[in-house]
Design a protein around this ligand. Structure first.
Ligand code: BG6
Ligand code: MG
Length: 215
């Protein structure tokens, strides 16, 4: 396969925002009297905002109106934005800059495919916004991961056919999205969990251009 583009997920791949999502959801769950632990938060990786809220409400046996759901999502997001406002380039995972440099040098395009509506803000805080040839996020798609839409949108924006793209993801739903998009999937995390990936690395720092080209 000739790899012409690598499309990265954001949360959990390029930086660790899970802790901030957790704190913001936890505050909301406490207010609603619903138990929510860091272990529960694992279930929400890669899951969009509404899907995450509904998962938590279900734990408490609650079904709310759309208007009430919208109010709670707004409340959680305002808290989340406060927490991530303090992020800086120091929050970028080690290995991201060297990998981006290798990709750029080889003429390989760099894309983002994120389930977050805050993706543009986060990459700005991390100081890497200008390094992406195309950014696709939850504001532009209807169907969230595991649907392939956000990865296909990124490939289209990059002008590269899916079969020449590699996707990098830490969530099971994301790996499924990459596979359904007809791209090659690389997992970040535990190989037992991310069984749908062609190759799994513990973190981005373990990925090199050489091992991408061997896929
Ligand atoms: C994903 C995260 O990237 O974005 C999820 O893994 C999060 O935990 C989702 O719920 C949506 O994020 P946001 O910023 O749009 O609320
Ligand atoms: Mg992720």
């Amino acid at each position: 396969m000739s790899c012409r583009a690598v499309i990265f997920d954001l949360d959990g791949v390029l930086t660790d925002t899970a802790i901030y999502h957790f704190r913001a959801w936890k505050a909301l769950a406490d207010e609603l009297g619903i138990a929510f632990t860091e272990h529960d938060n694992e279930q929400l990786k890669g899951v969009d905002r509404l899907g995450s809220l509904r998962w938590i409400l279900q734990q408490g046996g609650l079904t709310l109106s759309e208007a009430e759901e919208a109010r709670l999502m707004q409340q959680k997001n305002a808290h989340y934005l406060e927490l991530i406002a303090h992020m800086t380039a120091a929050d970028l995972y080690p290995g991201v800059q060297p990998l981006f440099a290798q990709l750029r040098q080889s003429g390989t395009k760099i894309g983002l495919a994120s389930a977050s509506k805050n993706a543009a803000f986060v990459v700005e805080r991390l100081g890497i916004a200008a390094q992406f040839d195309y950014i696709a996020d939850a504001n532009q798609v209807i169907n969230s991961k595991p649907d392939p839409e956000v990865f296909l949108l990124a490939a289209n924006g990059l002008g590269v056919a899916p079969q020449h793209c590699i996707g990098v993801e830490d969530a099971l739903a994301g790996i499924e999205a990459i596979n359904r998009a007809g791209m090659k999937a690389i997992g970040i995390g535990d190989a037992k969990v991310l069984s749908g990936a062609l190759k799994v690395y513990p973190d981005v720092a373990a990925i090199t251009l050489t091992n991408l080209l061997k896929l």
